[in-house]
Ligand binder design. Structure first.
Ligand code: ZN
Length: 313
């Protein structure tokens, strides 16, 4: 991954220089806040979740573009020269932070943008990876799978929009209040759904270590993950796979859950060997494409909860 980045950066350096030159001529009038042609604030969000939350808060007031397409791997995204141009033109850049979208910091640097760059997870209390095996003493970045963390992200997004576009304050505040109310309802709904699963069945085995915050917030026990890492690119050893199958059998786990964005082959093999079902259409790192039911954050949380409850009840 590091190796590939070096080559990507060589390309970005050249394109970035062009983008900066263009941006410079555009803002020759001295206006320090670049906007889109119709005068709206142009907001760039790195992940699909942040883009959706920003759209909920911005409404029609700002133009929100997400960099990651649906089902792209946030851990290993390869930005294109077009992404550098988008950031160069932005008035506000919303990043996840927590080492999830480190590629974004490099993009911002290359673009030469004058946009404010805001890390939307500021203030969230991180927890270590659910599997307990993480390489760099880093906290698990998948914080949005606990709705209370999503609310902190939304509040940070609201404050960032107001700072970048103070005239829109009333709109951003009203939209954020309404959306935060919906998130409270979502949280209560998830808890009510989980309560229908017999307590002994509230055990999760997932594909990579993405669901730690969900497990912690909603009263599950984490039994293991197929890729025992926060990084989707890691590979389990044969010994790790055997250990997981033993744990599934010993704990009486009913199902293995994997994300639609990841290859389900290994999960299917393990499920077959352990004699449990596999649910392969959860969404964690990425929202789903249009029509999936998971194209919004709230839709994603409802779909995941429904699938988990159906399989464990
Ligand atoms: Zn992930």
């Amino acid at each position: 991954m590091v190796f590939r980045w070096r080559w990507t950066l060589v390309g970005l350096l050249a394109v970035g220089a062009v983008a900066v030159a263009c941006g410079g001529s555009d803002s020759a009038g001295g206006d320090a806040s670049p906007t889109v042609a119709d005068g709206r604030l142009l907001v760039i969000a790195t992940t699909t979740q942040i883009a959706d939350m920003a759209r909920q808060v911005a409404g029609e007031r700002a133009d929100v573009t997400g960099l990651l397409p649906a089902n792209a791997d946030a851990h290993d995204f390869e930005p294109t020269p077009r992404d550098v141009e988008k950031i160069a033109d932005a008035g506000l850049v919303l990043e996840h932070g927590m080492h999830l979208d480190e590629w974004a910091s490099r993009l911002v640097e290359q673009s030469g943008t004058v946009a404010q760059v805001v890390v939307v997870t500021t203030g969230i209390v991180g927890q270590p990876a659910a599997g307990g095996e993480h390489d760099h003493d880093e906290d698990d970045p998948h914080v949005w799978l606990d709705v209370s963390n999503a609310k902190i992200m939304v509040a940070n997004i609201r404050d960032a929009l107001i700072a970048a576009d103070p005239d829109g304050r009333a709109i951003y505040e009203a939209n954020a209040d309404a959306y935060l109310g919906e998130l409270d309802e979502l949280d209560a709904w998830i808890r009510a759904q989980v309560a229908t699963i017999p307590e002994a069945n509230r055990k999760l085995v997932t594909n990579h270590d993405a669901f730690g915050y969900f497990v912690h917030a909603y009263g599950f026990t984490f039994v293991g993950s197929i890729i025992p890492s926060l990084d989707t690119q890691a590979q389990p050893s044969a010994q790790e796979v055997d250990k997981l199958i033993d744990a599934i059998e010993a704990e009486g786990v009913k199902a293995i859950f994997t994300e639609a964005s990841l290859n389900p082959d290994l999960a299917r093999r393990i499920a077959e060997e352990a004699g449990v079902t596999v649910v392969d259409d959860l969404y964690a790192d990425s929202l789903g494409p249009p029509g999936s039911g998971a194209e919004t954050y709230i839709g994603m949380m409802r779909l995941n909860t429904t699938r988990i409850v159906e399989a464990l009840r």
